[in-house]
Every structure is written in C-alpha cells, then in structure tokens.
Ligand binder design. Sequence first.
Ligand SMILES: Nc1ncnc2c1ncn2[C@@H]1O[C@H](COP(=O)(O)OP(=O)(O)OP(=O)(O)O)[C@@H](O)[C@H]1O
Length: 201
Amino acid sequence: MRVIGTVGLPGSGKGEAAAVAEEEGVPVVTMGDVIRAECRDRGLDPAEHHGAIARALREEHGPAAIAERSVPLIEDAAAGSDADAVLVDGLRAPVELARFRERFGDDFVLVAITAPFDLRAERLGARGRDDSDLDTEALRDREERELGFGMGEVIDAADVTVENTDTLAAFRDRVRAVLAGAGEVGRDTDRDADATAEVEE
Ligand SMILES: Nc1ncnc2c1ncn2[C@@H]1O[C@H](COP(=O)(O)OP(=O)(O)OP(=O)(O)O)[C@@H](O)[C@H]1O
C-alpha cells in the first residue's frame, strides 16, 4: 500500500487533489481532522481554536504529534479499503515528513503542489470559503506562518512536484496519474533527466 502525502501553500490545490482521490476511491486522511477532533475533546470550537490546539498538541506531545496521531487513521483507512493507496492531506513540517518516512518507508510518496502567489490568491478569491480567502494580506500571513513551520523544506523534499498552473481539468488528470502510480515513474524520469543533463554538459 502506498501512502501519498500532499504538501502545498494555501490555495495550491490540495483540496482538489483530495477530492480527486475520493472520486477514485482512494481514502483521504486530513491531518487537520486530528486537530478538529482534539478541539472537540477539549470542548472547544475548531473554527476558533484550531491554531491554538495545533500548537498545544505539538507542545504537549512533541513536534510530530499531529503526524503521530494521523498514523493510526492512515492504517485504519488502508485496512478498510480495497484501494492500494491512501492520500494524506496537510503535511506542514519536516518532522512530520520524517515520521511518515520512518513509518511507511519507500511506500510513502510526497507530492508537492505548486502555483505562484498571484494565481493562488486569485483562485482563493474565487473560492471565497471564508473571509481570509478574500484577503490577500491574510493569505500572506497564513503563508508566512506555514513557511515558519518549515513547509518550504517539505516542498523541496517532495518525490513528485505537480505544478498547478494550467486548467483545473489538467491538474485533476495529473493527480489521477500520480494516484495511479505515476509518482514512482516521475522519480525515475527525474533521475533520467538529471543524467541526460549531466551528459549534455
Ligand atoms: N488549475 C486550477 N484552475 C482553476 N481553479 C483551480 C485550479 N486548481 C485549484 N483551483 C481552485 O482554487 C481553489 C483553491 O484550491 P484548493 O481548495 O484545492 O486549495 P488548497 O491547497 O486546499 O488550499 P487551502 O490550503 O487554503 O485549503 C479552489 O476553489 C479550487 O477549485
């Protein structure tokens, strides 16, 4: 069973990738659900206390706490499905990546989803899920906070990078290909490309 983790800045397309997975019968584990469950256990409203509880979990149980709690959810999702993959939405920090690589080894495939700031801001504006989607300054703040958790390093460490700069249909096709195992092909292709580049130099 492969575990496909996604990482990307706000508005890059992680939610769309998770929706494609669900359509394809690939179970999705959202790391934010761990935080929402903890909020409920503490009698707090996730809409208001999400950030504080994420911090509290890391302080109380170590920096990999959210990944740690996601592992049994991933295992349960895999056990309850015929699919040969599970998608994990929401990696943010290098310690989380390290925990998943430690647990799932070569079965863990990290997929970075990238798009330039202006395109993400425009798409979030169109999404308009909440006020922060419409506020470019709030987007910058959120982005800085996530980069502060080391998200840039996680993006750089990805096995496969999907640039989401074309149409939504093209992005969804690319995600379907990655879910079908093209991630591993991508890794080899990248290596071949590097080898070719070296020969040409
Ligand atoms: N290639 C695309 N073309 C047009 N719209 C897109 C494309 N990719 C994503 N979108 C739209 O952009 C918005 C942001 O995408 P999505 O919700 O998947 O981002 P996200 O990475 O989950 O963001 P966040 O971390 O803020 O939840 C959504 O409304 C989505 O449908």
